[in-house]
Design a binder for this molecule. Structure first.
Ligand code: ADP
Ligand code: ZN
Length: 438
C-alpha cells in the first residue's frame, strides 16, 4: 500500500511551476539590489560587465549577471563577499578542501533557519517523522554535514543522535541499542557500516534502520544498491555545498530518480563549462546556483563545477521543484589519462557490477612520459578464498571489463580484505601522482 506523500512545507514544495518562477523573480530582483549595495566586489564585477540592478527585472535577466567561481571566493577570503555586518552573523562553516584551499561561508540566524528547513524537507521526503531516531554520522564541526542534518532532524522532531563521524564500534552500539531508524552520513561511510555489521555477524534485519540520507560525495547507483542491501534500508541522495549553505540544496524523494532542488531558495542553471553559455533543460553541463534568500553570504551565479542534467518532468511524489541528476563528478574530478576522459564513477560502476567491494583506489602516475593507471580493489572475504591463480584470472577479467568501459587498459590489483583504509567522511578514491610531478 502506498502511503500518502508527506512534505515538510507542502505549500512551497508543491507550488505550481509558474508560481515558483514568479517567486524566484521577485526574490532575485531584491537579492541583486542588496548584493550590489552591500558587497563592493560584486558591484565592481557588475559594473565591469555593464549591468546595474535596474537591468534585472526577473529570472529572464539572470544571464546578464557575472559568474562567480571558487577562485573569487578564495580571492575574497575571508570577509570580501559578506553582505551583512559581521555582528549579524552567528555561524561560520568551511568547505572540506577536497579540491584546494578551503573557503569559508557565513550564516545569519535566518540563513541557518532556512538551511535547516531544507534538510527537514529532505528528511521528510525520506520518510522521517517525529517517531524516528535519526543518527547523524556526518562530521560535526566546520564541515556542514553534521550540523545541517542535525538541525533538519530537530525541525522534523526526530530524536536526534549527534554521533558525528568515526568511532565505528560506538556507532553500531548506539544504532542497535537506541534503535536508530534513519542514518545520515557519507555513502562511503554507510558502505563501511554495512560491511562492519556483516563482518560482526549481524544480518540487515537486526537493525531498525529504514532509510539513509547519504551525500557530500559522488556515489553510483550500484553503490546505492549495495548499501540498501547491506543495511536493509532505502538509501536517498542529498546534495549541497558549503558555498550555498550545505546539504539540502537538493534531495531525493521516494522516486529516487533525481534530486529536487529547493527552488524557492536556489535558482539553478546549467551552463557549458567551456563557454559559459546557458544550456537548455535536459543538457549536460555545469550546475550554477544563485542563492535567493541568503543574507550573509548570498552568491549569485556561483559555478559549482559539478556536472549534471536538470529536468522538469513531473514527479509522482507531487513535488514540483526541478530535479538534478546525480552529479557525474566535478569538472575538475575528470581525469585525463593517456588523452582519454575518465570519471572515477565509471570505474566504480564496473567494480560493483562485477561483484567487487566499493573499497577501491585509483592510482595514476607518469612513467617514461606515459600515464599509468593502477586500480587497487579489495576482495570480499569469500573472494579471498580463491587460489592465487584464480585471483590472477579475476584481475585479468576485471581489467578487460574496465578497458571496455574506458577505452584504456588499467592494471588491476586485487587485495586482501581490509587493505584499503576506510573513510569516515569523504572517501579519497583517486591518487594522482602526476600532480606532484607537474
Ligand atoms: P569541497 O568542495 O571542499 O568538497 P563541500 O564539503 O562544500 O566542500 O562539498 C561540496 C561538494 O561535494 C559539491 O560541490 C559536490 O562536488 C560534492 N557533493 C555534495 N553532495 C553530493 C552528492 N550527493 N553527490 C555527488 N557529489 C556531491
Ligand atoms: Zn519527487
Amino acid at each position: 500500500m502506498n502511503l500518502p506523500e508527506r512534505y515538510y512545507q507542502k505549500e512551497i514544495e508543491t507550488m505550481p511551476p509558474e508560481k515558483i518562477r514568479a517567486l524566484q523573480s521577485e526574490k532575485l530582483v531584491r537579492q541583486v539590489r542588496r548584493v550590489y549595495e552591500n558587497v563592493s566586489y560584486y558591484r565592481e564585477l557588475m559594473n565591469r560587465k555593464g549591468v546595474r540592478p535596474e537591468d534585472i527585472h526577473g529570472i529572464e535577466d539572470l544571464h546578464k549577471l557575472p559568474f562567480l567561481s571558487k577562485a573569487d571566493l578564495r580571492d575574497q577570503y575571508p570577509y570580501g563577499l559578506l553582505a551583512t555586518p559581521l555582528s549579524e552573523c552567528v555561524r561560520i562553516h568551511s568547505t572540506s578542501g577536497t579540491t584546494g584551499r578551503r573557503v569559508v561561508a557565513f550564516y545569519t540566524q535566518y540563513d541557518v533557519d532556512l538551511w535547516e528547513d531544507c534538510c527537514a524537507r529532505a528528511l521528510t521526503a525520506a520518510g522521517a517523522t517525529k517517531e524516528d531516531v535519526c543518527q547523524v554520522a556526518y562530521g560535526y564541526g566546520l564541515f556542514t554535514g553534521g550540523f545541517g542534518l542535525n538541525g533538519g532532524s530537530h525541525k522534523v522532531g526526530c530524536l536526534t543522535l549527534p554521533m558525528s563521524s568515526g568511532n565505528t564500534e560506538r556507532q553500531i552500539q548506539f544504532m542497535l541499542d537506541l534503535n536508530s531508524t534513519i542514518l545520515c552520513c557519507t555513502p562511503s561511510y554507510a558502505a563501511y557500516l554495512g560491511e562492519y555489521l556483516k563482518e560482526n555477524g549481524y544480518r540487515p534485519e537486526d537493525n531498525r534502520l529504514k532509510a539513509g540520507i547519504f551525500g557530500a560525495e559522488p556515489w553510483t547507483e550500484e553503490m546505492r544498491r549495495d548499501i540498501e542491501k547491506s543495511l536493509g534500508i532505502k538509501a536517498y541522495d542529498i546534495y549541497g555545498l558549503t558555498e550555498s549553505s550545505g546539504p539540502g540544496v537538493a534531495f531525493e524523494c521516494r522516486e529516487q530518480h533525481g534530486m529536487h532542488i529547493n527552488e524557492d531558495h536556489f535558482l539553478a542553471e546549467i551552463i557549458d563549462p567551456e563557454t559559459g553559455e546557458v544550456l537548455p533543460e535536459g543538457s549536460k553541463g555545469e550546475l550554477v546556483f544563485t542563492s535567493l534568500d541568503k543574507e550573509a553570504f548570498p552568491l549569485l551565479r556561483y559555478r559549482t563545477r559539478d556536472i549534471c542534467v536538470l529536468t522538469r518532468e513531473k514527479c509522482s511524489c507531487g513535488r514540483t521543484f526541478i530535479r538534478m541528476s546525480k552529479p557525474m563528478g566535478r569538472s575538475d574530478d575528470m581525469l585525463i589519462i593517456r588523452g582519454v576522459n575518465v570519471f572515477p564513477s565509471q570505474i566504480e560502476t564496473v567494480l560493483l557490477n562485477k561483484g567487487y567491494t566499493p573499497n577501491y583506489q585509483i592510482l595514476i602516475d607518469r612513467v617514461h612520459n606515459t600515464d599509468t593507471l593502477d586500480i587497487n580493489v579489495e576482495l570480499t572475504p569469500e573472494q579471498a578464498r580463491n587460489t592465487p591463480e584464480e585471483v590472477a584470472k579475476m584481475e585479468g577479467s576485471l581489467a578487460g571489463a574496465i578497458k571496455t568501459m574506458l577505452g584504456i587498459s588499467p592494471k588491476v590489483h586485487l587485495l586482501e580484505p581490509h587493505s584499503i583504509t576506510r573513510s569516515e567522511g569523504k572517501a579519497v578514491r583517486v591518487i594522482d601522482k602526476r600532480k606532484l610531478l607537474d
